[in-house]
Design a protein around this ligand. Structure first.
Ligand code: AVI
Length: 328
């Protein structure tokens, strides 16, 4: 049946428990500042909380990104060489991608390959976007670069690739790591391929602090859920009430940092990581950084990574940029 042929499909690869345990262990035994990898914020509960964050009036980032795509998807599509397949890094539920896929589907049939480590987000993305006329969806439950290598090997003859990196997730890398990540993306691409990169831009510090420490406490719950995830996955005994959500703006690095501050002297056991961690009162675990950019440095970073910036679109309401790069 025609409908069966259009059912979205997903290829899977689990993050091994041993890797999770090793990364938690490395972060919590690090001399000096303890830390946890921010990618583990996004289990099923974390991804759901992040979707709520995107609805908060104080956090304009997701709406700005979606507004730009809604307004400029046609302009972006006009600049792309056809035929083009679309790969999305960290697709989430893919809601903002709809505009881009619809603009391309008016020009050609589109193969869309969302890549995400969250199986449920990927599934919802496939369900939501797989029914757009002339769009076929194959999801990849992978880390970004592994997924992109697989996608690149599936492109049709003469087909270009447009890579979408839309959620401003580049901001969650340190600046040098972000640039290195772009260089690796470039290494997977061919001449004439494109990258649409979203970046959150610098804005007044009080606005940023409120965006990451909202009065409804959703971001605090999102942050603490990282400990809950370790409790669930590694049989740990973090008492969530003993940790306070803390947000700082680091002027020199131009980044927001999220921490979890221990309210007391405490010892936590993480049996599946073979770990017993002691925390001093007031000691923090650093859980995420969110770097803020300006348009010029985004273009320059892309250029150093081997791309040419063809166009940038910015949102006036919430400083945010979409930058279109081509391989050079
Ligand atoms: C996914 N990423 C771009 C978000 C950000 O703003 O850095 C994650 C987030 N953390 C707290 N609120 C949102």
């Amino acid at each position: 049946m025609a409908t069966a042929a259009r059912m979205p499909s997903v290829t899977l690869s689990e993050t091994p428990l041993a890797e999770f345990a090793a990364e938690v262990r490395a972060g919590l035994t690090k001399p000096g500042q303890k830390e946890l990898p921010s990618k583990y914020l996004y289990d099923e509960a974390g991804s759901a909380l992040f979707e709520v964050i995107c609805l908060l009036p104080e956090y304009g980032l997701c709406r700005a990104g979606a507004r730009l795509l809604k307004r400029h998807a046609e302009d972006i599509a006009d600049l792309l060489p056809l035929p083009v397949a679309v790969a999305e890094l960290g697709s989430g539920t893919g809601a903002k991608t709809r505009w881009m896929l619809e603009a391309l589907a008016r020009r050609q049939a589109v193969n869309y390959f969302p890549i995400d480590i969250s199986r449920s987000a990927l599934w919802r993305c496939s369900q939501e976007l797989g029914w757009i006329d002339s769009v076929s969806v194959v999801g990849f439950e992978h880390e970004y670069l592994d997924g992109l290598v697989s996608v690149a090997s599936r492109r049709g003859p003469g087909e270009h690739l447009l890579v979408l990196f839309l959620g401003s997730t580049i901001g969650n890398f340190d600046r040098p790591a972000g640039e290195e990540f772009l260089r690796r993306v470039r290494g997977i691409l061919h001449p004439g391929d494109a990258l649409l990169l979203a970046t959150d831009l610098e804005k007044p510090v009080p606005d940023l602090l409120l965006a990451y420490d909202d009065p409804a406490g959703v971001t605090a719950a999102f942050n603490r859920n990282l400990l809950a995830r370790i409790n669930r996955g590694l049989d740990a005994d973090f008492d969530l009430a003993q940790f306070e959500h803390e947000v700082r703006y680091e002027e020199g690095e131009r980044r927001i940092e999220m921490h979890l501050r221990s309210r007391s002297a405490q010892t936590v056991h993480v049996p599946l990581a073979g770990l017993r961690v002691s925390l001093r009162p007031g000691e923090t675990i650093w859980t995420e950084s969110s770097h803020k950019y300006n348009c010029r440095e985004v273009a320059e970073m892309g250029a150093r990574a081997g791309f040419r910036c063809a166009a940038q679109w910015t949102d006036a309401e919430w400083p945010f940029a979409q930058s279109l790069f081509f391989t050079q």
